[in-house]
Design a protein around this ligand. Structure first.
Ligand code: GLN
Ligand code: ZN
Length: 763
């Protein structure tokens, strides 16, 4: 009966062991041998955790990123690191993280600086991979050492394992041709490296190979479809059985031809492509294995096992041994083990499943298919009860919130007057100079600030002492901003650990894990809050801090909020209602906060939507629908205020070309964006769209410790003024300053204010 397997396990470790081992190594506090030993140990632990499966994945572990691993396996190294002679692992980290010429890092034999590989989002997840680099003359040379080592480890443990690699077309699809050449032209050179890899694996006695082709769920043109056909017809002579894996979505127009490619098996994400399962059965033919991803690898809820069995049983009967069961995608995107959560609210906890629990669910399903539901009756009953409890819990369902949702109305999202009228009223109130200066919100999060927050959380510091300390920080940043001569001030966000968690903690309907870490990139992990129920605000969340900050100065103080779309996109969210509903609930709660700030006399309110772009669906055809509700959620949050109140928003990226209409329809009075690195070119999108409102294009690259000169920022602003009318320009950094140090921030902002003054003189 059904074979159970998994597409990949989280590699960071239940206690983030890999993160700490990597960072110790990078800081020169441990050796390469020690780091490698941690890798080996984690792989063993992860295999042990998956021991109940019929086939465990192998090669899914990574010291940094699975795409970068594939680049090294294929010998596709950027030219700038090819002549490196030290430890290969160090070279790998050079591409992953770059290296400054100063050689401040402890490891690496070479001292010249090297640029890091570009990093970008892995499909629609919050994981980021290192983009493969191509040129017209890219060559590939197989280096199977990583996989061979792991095959040896698995064999020593007596495991039945299935190596995992990224398929040739998705590998090309994920990369970038640095010279503008056509990536697909590389396929004839790439395929021999794959063929060779397959031969090496076959020699090792590997039976099944998981070959990931997630690009199959995207829109592919004729050339790409053709290339898929060439690739898999070329590789079909291998003695290995290939399990071609799609995930993260339905395949739609790609489904039929992808299933007919000559591979021994096909994996379909039965969460996101549930309605393609029937069609897949029809295209399957009489020999192919169909692996169904029946457990959600992207979220943390228990699976409704009885419901899955209802639709799975007939399929199992039809396919027998040819049905495989797996999570929908690699478990990389969920935390490791719910057993680490000892403090999580017990009721919420009973609704959750992390990676380890998901694999248990998988085995339960397989056992039920094999021996009948009676064989696992107890577990199924328990599961049914947990699902039912969640469905009817008053923690999840809040009448008041639902009534407010029913009253949602177009008018909520509309300002009283159009922008030109508002702009004049705001100008009269705010009395700002031309080229007004501001910052994006946070000031350096010093060690003292973190310590104070920690001591308050642990109860060591009482509320009064905490408030006094935070007031001290606010005062310090207000005085600094006044001394600098900034025009619109911020309170500095010292009280915030994280721009989403800070709000989640104060909203009903949110829960927080202790150790629910998910890898974002390399050693960076995030702990997404869990949005489990209808969202409501217990009380004002930011007003006291902002009111205090405003009391210290006559300059306008910005109220500072995280927007509903960003909070949603950086959380684990409910699977029992559309994302849009949860987003509107967040919007309603935040709208109250906006109105409270306005009532407290705050004249400028910034609502950050750093992650608006991140929520874009994989297929362009679905973008419009997403953007419509996302923008509407922002508008509901922002637009209840009077004309005189100035609404800002902030987005820290620079690709606006394809979403500029949506950005404009948010109708914020001012938008600040990241531009300093792109040399203001992105403003073209705003120019050609005739973006109507005010814009603050970042002139200070806050990701770098460099202090930008007055001349540099002046030149950037002059360039900006070629695209945007000068009277609508603001002067500000790219993003918040929390990761910088005061000694960098002060001179940089001094230069920025000086540049703004020069512009005013010239205007
Ligand atoms: N207001 C936030 C800050 O300054 C914005 C952060 C962000 O856009 N990522 O830190
Ligand atoms: Zn930002």
């Amino acid at each position: 009966m059904a074979i159970t397997h998994s597409l990949g396990f989280p590699r960071i470790g239940a206690q983030r062991e890999l993160k700490f081992a990597l960072e110790a190594y990078w800081q020169g506090k441990s050796s390469a041998a020690e780091l490698r030993a941690v890798g080996t140990r984690l792989r063993q632990q992860h295999w042990a955790a998956q021991a109940g499966l019929d086939l465990v994945p192998l090669g899914d572990f990574s010291f940094y990123d699975q795409v970068l691993d594939m680049s090294f396996t294929l010998g596709n190294l950027p030219a700038r690191v090819r002549d490196f002679h030290g430890d290969a692992l160090d070279n790998y980290f050079r591409v992953a993280r770059g290296r400054s010429a100063a050689g401040s890092e402890a490891h690496g034999a070479c001292c010249a600086g090297v640029a890091a590989g570009e990093m970008t989002k892995w499909f629609d997840t919050n994981y980021h991979y290192i983009v493969p680099e191509f040129t017209a003359d890219s060559e590939f040379r197989l280096d199977a050492s990583r996989l061979l080592q792991e095959i040896g480890e698995a064999r020593a443990l007596g495991l039945r394992a299935k190596p995992v690699i990224i398929g040739p077309l998705s590998y090309l699809w994920l990369g970038k041709a640095k010279d503008g050449s056509n990536k697909l032209d590389l396929l004839p050179r790439l395929l021999p490296a794959y063929a060779q890899l397959l031969a090496v694996l076959a020699e090792q006695g590997v039976e099944w190979l998981q070959i990931d082709e997630p690009a199959l769920v995207t829109e592919l043109d004729e050339d790409w479809r053709h290339a898929y056909s060439i690739a898999y017809h070329t590789l079909k002579s291998t003695p290995l059985k290939l399990l071609l894996c799609s995930y993260f979505g339905p395949l739609r127009e790609n489904l039929e031809w992808a299933l007919k490619l000559p591979t021994a098996g096909f994996h379909l994400d039965a969460l996101r492509a549930r309605d393609e399962v029937q069609a897949a059965l029809n295209y399957l033919g009489s020999h192919k294995v169909l692996s169904l991803g029946v457990i959600n690898g992207r979220n943390i809820w228990k699976t409704d096992l009885n419901a899955v069995l209802d639709w799975l049983e007939p399929i199992s009967e039809r396919l027998g041994e040819r049905l495989w069961l797996a999570p929908s995608c690699s478990l990389l995107h969920v935390p490791v083990d719910l057993r680490s959560e000892t403090r999580l609210d017990a009721e919420v906890r009973s609704w959750l499943a992390f990676a380890c629990q998901k694999l248990e669910e998988l085995q339960l399903l397989a056992r039920a298919l094999k021996s009948g539901r009676e064989a696992v009756a107890g577990a199924l009953a328990e599961n049914r009860q947990a699902i039912a409890a969640r469905r009817s819990s008053t923690r999840v369902h809040n009448r008041q919130v639902q009534e407010a949702m029913a009253r949602l109305h177009d008018k909520l999202g509309r300002r009283q007057s159009p922008y030109p009228v508002r702009a004049a009223r705001q100008a009269a109130v705010l009395q700002l100079p031309a080229f007004p200066t501001t910052t994006i919100g946070s000031f350096p999060q010093t060690a003292e600030i973190r310590q104070i927050r920690r001591r308050f959380k642990s109860g060591e510091l009482d509320a009064a002492a905490y408030q006094a300390a935070m007031h001290g920080e606010i005062e310090r940043s207000v005085r600094a901003q006044e001394a600098l001569g900034l025009d619109v001030l911020v309170h500095g966000e010292a009280e915030r650990n994280d721009m989403v968690e800070y709000f989640g903690e104060q909203l009903d309907g949110y829960a927080f894990s202790q150790a629910g870490w998910v890898q974002s990139y390399g050693s960076r992990c995030v702990k997404p809050p869990i949005l489990f129920g209808d969202i409501s605000r217990r009380q004002a969340m930011t007003v006291d801090w902002i009111r205090y900050a405003q009391s210290l100065t006559d300059k306008p103080m910005k109220g500072m909020l995280t927007g509903p779309v960003t909070i949603l996109n950086w959380s684990f969210v409910r699977d029992d209602q559309p994302r849009a509903f949860s987003c509107f609930q967040l919007a309603l709660a935040l709208r109250e906060e906006v109105l409270d700030l306005e009532r407290a006399g705050i004249r400028v309110i910034q609502i950050d939507e750093a992650a608006l772009r991140e929520g874009l669906p994989l297929r362009k055809a679905q973008w419009q629908a997403y953007l419509e509700w996302a923008v509407e959620a922002f508008r509901i949050t922002a637009n209840g205020v009077a004309d005189q109140t100035q609404i800002h928003t902030h987005m820290c990226y620079s690709e606006f070309n394809d979403i500029i209409a949506a950005i404009a329809s948010m109708d914020a009075d001012v938008i600040t964006i990241e531009t300093s690195r792109s040399d203001m070119e992105l403003l073209e999108a705003f120019k050609s769209f005739k973006y109507p409102n005010e814009i603050g294009p970042g002139v200070y690259d806050i990701h770098s410790p460099n202090i930008p000169s007055e001349e540099h920022m002046l030149a950037l602003m002059r360039k900006a003024a070629e695209h945007i009318p000068a009277e609508r320009l603001w002067v500000n950094p790219d993003c918040g300053l929390k990761t910088r140090q005061w000694p960098e921030v002060m001179p940089a902002l001094r230069n920025m204010v000086a540049a703004a003054k020069r512009l005013r003189g010239a205007a």
